[in-house]
Write a protein that binds this ligand. Sequence first.
Ligand SMILES: N[C@@H](CCC(=O)N[C@@H](CS)C(=O)NCC(=O)O)C(=O)O
Length: 211
Amino acid sequence: MLESAQTTLGHDMLKLIGKTTSINVRKVLWTLAETGLPYERLEWQPEHAALNPNGLVPVLVDGDFVLWESNSICRYLCGKAGRDDLLPAEPQARARVEQWMDWQATDLNASWRYAFMALVRQSPAFADSGQVAASADAWNRNVGILDRHLADGGPFAVGGQFTVADIVLGLSLNRWLMTPIGHPRFAAIEAYVELLLERPAYREFGRNGIA
Ligand SMILES: N[C@@H](CCC(=O)N[C@@H](CS)C(=O)NCC(=O)O)C(=O)O
């Protein structure tokens, strides 16, 4: 099944499967823009189901190599493009980038889900106001952790250089800012978003009006 889906996709250029409104696809689009790697984006089709057992996007197809999980795809693209500035080869610098990416995918993502599904998606399955408030509090606490980190060790997530960690955090902060919860005043977060907005790809794929 995998083989026939890949044959349909062809082998010449990187293929990114997923819609541009998906936060996890937009991480990859931003990373592709930073690396300059040529690619083609495809909308998900039933024939792609064999490519990801989770049935989710994004999925990257690079010839015979198929990869899912947005943060893994972003790291792969940095490596493929030889962009040590975005994903350092030196073990400690690399670990620090991966630390913030893992934090984004685990603690931060887990905290916003209920509030986002209730307040932005307006899903009836997320209608418990107590859980909305708890989710918003946990989300704000996590953004506060990042705010204190940036105040002490910024201006980027890993010090003075823009890395792929800033891509995944930038998308997450866009979602935080666009979700109607009470937002505490976090000066370092505000400065960070302004800094990211200097990058055309954040304006196009990150802070582009889509939560
Ligand atoms: N952990 C996965 C999550 C992927 C995910 O949740 N993708 C969503 C879009 S952001 C999805 O495919 N939803 C189903 C759909 O859009 O049809 C990743 O980071 O790639």
